[in-house]
Design a protein around this ligand. Sequence first.
Ligand code: ADP
Ligand code: MG
Length: 239
Amino acid sequence: MSLLEIDGVTKRFGGLVAVDDVSFDVNRGEIVGLIGPNGSGKSTVFNCIMSIYKVTDGSIHFDENDITDHQTHEVVNSGLSRVSQESNPITAMSVAGNIQLFTLPNSLFSLRGGASEAEIYEYAARVDIEDKLQEMPDELPHADIRRLEIAKALATEPDLLLLDEPFAGMNQAEITELAETFRAFSEAGITMVIVDHNMGGLMDLVDRAVVLNNGEKLMEGTPDEVTSDERVQKAYLGT
Ligand code: ADP
Ligand code: MG
């Protein structure tokens, strides 16, 4: 069985069908790309997986458990974590404090016992911000704020990490470095789904990609199959 199974998921907002009967699986150890033009439903799929949105129809299984109607903190505790498209660090706390928050008992996000300083350092080091632990988030450049968001997600010890537009706003050197970071996560046993609105560098990184358009799954396949697909090219030219 796959680690994550999305089965016929539909999400409506009033009359708008943001996600329309989408199904795909993610196998343990894979890096899967979830791509599509802006507004195609990518972030909504992530919000449904995390139970931030309640699905209108369909089901989501993680590690063979039906998590469709679970609370978000239960989804996180079962081994899923999401880096959202928008960064939302607590500006009154240091980088270390922001990471620590995601490991505390009674936190919405985790039932773990809270992390030691050495563990916080380790989460930061995995995204190369270990020398910035005492800085305040609003002193950091954009790429480091994004790295902090990823460190927060790591602090819940996910088996599956959902990354929403992690490369947005980064320069080419930062993109290349972050892709290396994700390869290291993969070697450490973390399965990943990475959202991007263009195909760019993502196709060098992923094993497989799922393409959304207007809320529907257009196709899925290997990077070669996706980039050479006429429907995909048309969907991208049409925006
Ligand atoms: P993507 O991440 O692919 O750019 P989204 O999932 O953010 O796309 O959005 C898909 C569609 O759903 C868009 O038309 C968007 O306006 C709509 N949508 C997303 N979230 C909400 C919401 N909370 N309320 C109403 N409409 C929403
Ligand atoms: Mg989005």
